[in-house]
Design a protein. Structure first.
Length: 299
C-alpha cells in the first residue's frame, strides 16, 4: 500500500538547513525537518523574571496549603483581614445613621431625605436577606403570605404597626408580645354544621360583591352576625387591632373563591410569621419598617 504520510528515518542532529542556515533537531516528518531555533531573548528573560517573581511571592505572601493551615508569608498579609477591616469601616460609617434613626421618632425619618434614603437602602437589603423567601423579592406576596405593596393591612399599616409586627411576629409562641388572635375552626370545632359554613361562605362572597346565592347569603348573614362580627365587625370591614381582615374588598390572603372561603371558615388558617426581635438588631428592624411602609401601601 502506498502511503505518502509516513515518518522518515530520523535526521542526524547537526544537519544545517540549506535555506535558513539553521541546524535541525534531528526530527523529520515527511521530509520536513524541525529547525533548532533558539527562543527569543526577550521571551526567555520574561520567563526567568516570572519564575523569580513567583518565588518572591511564595516567600512574601500566603501561598502553599498545608494539612490544616497554609504558609502565612513573611508579610503576614491576609485578604480576609482586609475585607473584615473594610466591612468594619463600612459598618462604622453606617452606625452614625443607625444612631440617628434610633434616636428620634421613626415617623420623622421620611422628613430627612438623606437619612431616609440610607434607611430605605438598608431596609431593602435586609428584606432581601430575611423576608423575600416568603413575601417575594418585590414584596408581592404569595398565597398565605401578604402582598406588602397594596393598602390592605391585617394588623395595621402605620410605621408603628409595621414595626411591632416585624419585631414580635404573628402567632409566634416564643414572643410574649406577638400578634395573637386565632380564628375558630367552625366546622372542625363543631361550632357550625357544614350547611351553616356553606351559608356563611355565600354571605362572605356577597360582602365583596361577588356572585352568591341570595337565599343562602341571607341565612349566612344571621350566622355571621352571631359568630363573626366580634372580630370582622359589622358588614365585614375588619378590625386591625384583632388581625381580622376586611372581607369587603377583593384582596384575599388565601383566595376568595367559594371553595377556599369554605375551607378557611371550616378549618381556619392561623398563619405564622416569626418574631425578628433578637434575630435582627433594632436599627435593622427600624429600617425594615421604613422600607415596607414605603412600598406603596403604608398608612
Amino acid at each position: 500500500m502506498n502511503d505518502n504520510t509516513h515518518q522518515s528515518a530520523p535526521d542526524e542532529h547537526g544537519h544545517v538547513d540549506a535555506h535558513t542556515g539553521v541546524e535541525t533537531t534531528g526530527h523529520e516528518w515527511d521530509g520536513i525537518r524541525e529547525l533548532d531555533n533558539p527562543l527569543p531573548r526577550w521571551w526567555l528573560w520574561t520567563f526567568y523574571a516570572c519564575i523569580l517573581w513567583s518565588v518572591g511571592y511564595w516567600v512574601l505572601y500566603p501561598a502553599w496549603p498545608l494539612a490544616a493551615s497554609y504558609t502565612k508569608g513573611v508579610l503576614g498579609y491576609s485578604q480576609r483581614d482586609v475585607v473584615t477591616e473594610q466591612i468594619a469601616q463600612s459598618q462604622a460609617a453606617l452606625r452614625v445613621y443607625d444612631d440617628q434613626i434610633l434616636a428620634g421618632d421613626l415617623a420623622d425619618v421620611p422628613g430627612n431625605p438623606e437619612l431616609h434614603s440610607v434607611a430605605l437602602a438598608g431596609g431593602e437589603s435586609a428584606f432581601g436577606d430575611n423576608c423575600a423567601p416568603c413575601h417575594g423579592r418585590g414584596a408581592q406576596g404569595f398565597k398565605g403570605y401578604p402582598n406588602l405593596n397594596d393598602d390592605a393591612w391585617i394588623w395595621g399599616g402605620t410605621l408603628a404597626d409595621i414595626q411591632a409586627t416585624i419585631r414580635h411576629g404573628i402567632r409566634w409562641s416564643a414572643d410574649e408580645e406577638t400578634r395573637m388572635n386565632d380564628m375558630p375552626k367552625f366546622l372542625d370545632d363543631g361550632i357550625l354544621s357544614s350547611a351553616e359554613v356553606s351559608d356563611t361562605t355565600q354571605y362572605v362572597l356577597s360582602l365583596s360583591g361577588r356572585e352568591s346565592d341570595a337565599e343562602a347569603a341571607a341565612r349566612g348573614g344571621e350566622i355571621f352576625a352571631s359568630q363573626c362580627v366580634a372580630c370582622h365587625m359589622e358588614g365585614g370591614v375588619g378590625n386591625q387591632e384583632l388581625g381580622a381582615p376586611n372581607l369587603t374588598d377583593a384582596i384575599w390572603l388565601y383566595g376568595g373563591d367559594k371553595e377556599t372561603l369554605y375551607a378557611s371558615i371550616a378549618h381556619s388558617r392561623r398563619g405564622v410569621m416569626p418574631a425578628w426581635q433578637g434575630r435582627l438588631d433594632e436599627a435593622t428592624i427600624a429600617k425594615l419598617s421604613l422600607y415596607v411602609h414605603s412600598l406603596g401601601g403604608g398608612e
